[in-house]
Design a protein around this ligand. Sequence first.
Ligand SMILES: O=C(O)CCC(=O)C(=O)O
Ligand SMILES: [Fe+2]
Length: 221
Amino acid sequence: MTLDLFGPPAAGIDTTPPWREDIAVGAVLLRRYALDGMADLLTALAAVTAAAPFRHLATPGGYDMSVAMTNCGALGWVTDRHGYRYAPRDPASGLPWPAMPPAFARLAREAAAAAGFAGFEPDACLINRYAPGARMGLHQDKNERDMGQPIVTVSLGLPATFLFGGPRREDRAQRLPVTHGDVVAWGGPARLYFHGVLPVKDGHHPQLGPQRISLTFRKAG
Ligand SMILES: O=C(O)CCC(=O)C(=O)O
Ligand SMILES: [Fe+2]
């Protein structure tokens, strides 16, 4: 008989230990990697989004994105009628973006190292909020200066389907179900691979409610 010394986990809290799945050469899915330290991560997230609230940005073509965004770190990714770029200040407030919380930086660095990208020191964290129905079409991340640096994306809240394609838009994309605490890291030969997120389905996450939030860490400058 085994003694249950600590009782059952709180209702709805995932206690699955992490595991790793290879997606492509240079691309790794670190399942449940961010569950350890989640409380600190969510506390830091709340502070960042209070200082720099989510907003719907317009694409250069003039369409409002379905995903709401904010940033932290020295540089923030923004889009407007003039194009996509990194900016040191929040255009909504004129203030510098909130500093990268230590819990964010540590997670990004450790996840990158676990995926084979040692020495990753991100200066930008784009925070995307997907209400049910919100999506992100297939795209490449190519506004960063050094393509030798990887990308680390942390999934929080509602589950979603992460699309991971190849170097060309028409390459068949893998459909990867991602859930709270999962981390996707890609770089090296996969750094410019197309990726996206299918429309998020209705639901309610025990900690984050009716939304998916992703943290995307990059070295932009
Ligand atoms: O939300 C995600 O998981 C992906 C985000 C992404 O690809 C981006 O912001 O460039
Ligand atoms: Fe992206």
